[in-house]
Design a binder for this molecule. Structure first.
Ligand SMILES: [Zn+2]
Length: 121
């Protein structure tokens, strides 16, 4: 499975991490996955997380950078982070596609998986 560019210690992901109040964050910008608070190796160990971000890569390709970002921010304000349609799709895609990124290993259980940030807005 071809992975996109992965950027560790990304300043963009650091801003998102602060906004979400999360320990670690992965976020997609265009065709790259930006990480903060998590190394590339740690990120790749969670195939659910990788599959989630790969769905955002697909969404970026479908809507374009500006189209994605405008919809994402609009829907965040309308629905709250957890209910942004792009996030709902990405959570569903994680369950469906995690096996593609498991690298031959068993899928991690709930305790080993990266939790979805729980934010109010
Ligand atoms: Zn997401």
């Amino acid at each position: 499975m071809q992975l996109p560019r992965i950027v560790e210690n990304s300043p963009f992901a650091r801003v998102a991490r602060a906004k979400l109040g999360a320990t670690n964050v992965a976020m997609v910008l265009g065709n790259s996955i930006h990480l903060s608070g998590v190394s590339r190796a740690q990120f790749l160990q969670d195939p659910f997380w990788v599959a989630h971000e790969m769905e955002h890569i697909r969404q970026f390709q479908q809507y374009g950078r500006l189209g994605f970002l405008i919809r994402y921010l609009r829907d965040w304000m309308r629905h709250g982070y957890y209910n942004i349609p792009f996030e709902v799709e990405a959570r569903n895609a994680a369950e469906l596609n995690a096996h593609l990124y498991a690298q031959g290993k068993p899928l991690p259980g709930p305790a080993e998986r990266h939790p979805t940030p729980k934010v109010k807005s």
